[in-house]
Write a protein that binds this ligand. Structure first.
Ligand code: UD1
Length: 456
């Protein structure tokens, strides 16, 4: 089936009461991306001609996030069939052959699985349901198959007999339906059931009554985890991270302690990269080949080129760019700054809003004073410069190529190319005065002790 002949509808109008949150459920993140973002990514790989997201009232965060995809408002939460119905006017005049219905709260769904469903549709089934076998089927709808193994009906747990509840094959909620039949089937769905809702699942039995073929594609329970509360959210995160760690290792990344490395959905890592224990990748990190990120480092919004060493205990914040062969060592924080090729900040520094030239060395304890309480200002340091330890660079400031700044300086004026800048107080040495000072202090201490004794 040509992929452009599919329309996707993602249901997300549920209140998510059990999340106990002001944030709509589908906006809760897995791997630093809202759950619905994961579903949209998996769906996009099928190249549907249109994707609609069904939202409830007061879900403007969802509408903004899913743009340019359109959201359709389901005024009242009357059930999954009603949710799909709200989108029907949008798809009435399209040439879509299949409507793919997904849930916004199943973030681990894979595009390969969805592709299998479309293939099953193209081989003749009017309707294909994605099934799975959870350890505890509980409240999931049960997939009732006939003797030939074809799907006959989905029985909601609330409506099921004891024998039907024994069925292990469950409904994930994902369905691929013939677009020309969906409206007809939905029109026949009633709400005469224990919940008084319009169940989308009823369309299977309705399709069978009309002699239509209904199929099942199975996927793993892990992939189809639905997030209803924070415990399930943590489980989805854990499962996602485990899979990502495995993929990283398969793609040439060494993880010294895989279980302690946390990725984001968009983390991009090259080959022969070594990641130490307890490293966290926030959103927007890209790392080229042959990089080492040592233990306890936190990276977000960072681009790292080849042959760079980071950490241990480094914080790289948005806008940090570490060019080829540069190095950032322990207890260094870098924000919105470029460290050019071969430059180094090995210890205990804050580098914010700065451009550090090629092969420049930033001494221990150097601070770029980038904020004056009102504005952020830039520090620009040329090539092969040397900034001595414990230097405060008060921005805006320019330090020329090859310049040297003496340790302990507070630099407020620009330093020219190849100049030496010193701004600390001049040192005075007084011969023998240390001995005299000690003697004076000992005498003072003894007289205080004697005075106390006589008072007692
Ligand atoms: C549904 C299925 C059940 C399946 C289970 C898988 C039905 C009747 N039952 O049950 O067979 O095993 O999912 O998780 O479909 N939603 C709306 N509008 C509504 C109602 C729901 O958009 O009016 C959305 C929710 O946001 C959610 C999804 O539909 O993303 C499923 O709704 P939910 O109430 O969780 O369905 P279940 O009762 O769990």
């Amino acid at each position: 089936m040509a992929e452009h002949k599919t329309i996707a509808i993602i249901l997300a109008a549920g209140k998510g009461t059990r999340m106990v949150s002001k944030l709509p459920k589908v906006m809760h993140p897995v791997a630093n991306q809202p759950m619905i973002g994961h579903v949209l990514t998996a769906t996009a790989k099928l190249m549907p001609s249109k994707t609609f997201v069904i939202v409830g009232p007061g879900m403007s965060e969802v509408s903004s996030f899913v743009k340019p995809h359109k959201t359709v408002l389901q005024e009242k939460r009357l059930g999954t069939a009603d949710a799909v119905k709200t989108a029907m006017p949008m798809i009435a005049d399209t040439e879509a052959e299949t409507v793919l219905i997904l849930y916004g709260d199943t973030p681990l769904i894979r595009s390969g699985t969805l592709q299998k469903m479309l293939q099953a549709r193209s081989s003749g089934a009017t309707l294909v349901v994605l099934g799975f076998r959870p350890n505890h089927p509980g409240s999931y709808g049960r997939l009732k198959l006939n003797k030939e193994g074809c799907l006959e009906a989905i029985i909601e747990a609330n409506e099921a007999t004891a024998a039907e509840l024994e069925i292990g094959l469950c409904n994930s909620g994902v369905m691929a339906v013939d677009a020309s039949q969906l409206g007809v089937l939905l029109a026949e769905v009633g709400n005469d059931n224990t919940k008084g809702e319009y169940y989308l699942t009823d369309i299977v039995a309705l399709a069978r009554l009309r002699g239509m073929e209904c199929g099942v594609v199975e996927a793993s329970a892990e992939e189809l985890i639905g997030v209803d509360d924070r415990a399930a959210l943590a489980e989805a995160e854990y499962t996602w991270q485990m899979a990502r760690r495995t993929r990283a290792m398969q793609e040439g990344v060494t993880l010294c302690d895989p279980g302690t490395v946390w990725f984001s959905s968009d983390t991009d890592i090259g080959k022969d990269v070594v990641i130490g224990p307890n490293v966290v990748f926030g959103p927007g990190v890209s790392i080229a080949d042959n990089v080492e990120v040592r233990a306890f480092s936190h990276l977000e919004g960072v681009r790292i080129e080849e042959d760079v060493t980071v950490g241990p205990f480094v914080r790289l914040r948005p806008g940090a760019v570490l060019k080829k062969g540069s190095m950032v060592g322990n207890f260094v924080e870098v924000k919105n700054s470029v460290l050019d090729k071969g430059s180094k900040a090995a210890h205990l520094s804050y580098i914010g809003d700065a451009d550090i030239g090629e092969k420049t060395n930033i001494g221990a304890g150097t601070i770029t004073c980038n904020y004056d309480g009102f504005n952020k200002n830039r520090t620009v340091i040329g090539k092969s410069a040397f900034i001595g330890s414990n230097t405060a660079l008060v921005a805006p400031i320019n330090i020329g190529d090859g310049a040297v700044v003496g340790a302990g300086s507070a630099i407020e004026a620009d330093v020219a190319k190849d100049a030496l800048a010193l701004s600390r107080a001049k040192q005075i040495n007084l011969p023998g005065r240390a001995h005299a000072l000690r003697k004076k202090l000992v005498t003072q201490k003894t007289s205080i002790k004697n005075q106390k004794k006589s008072e007692d």
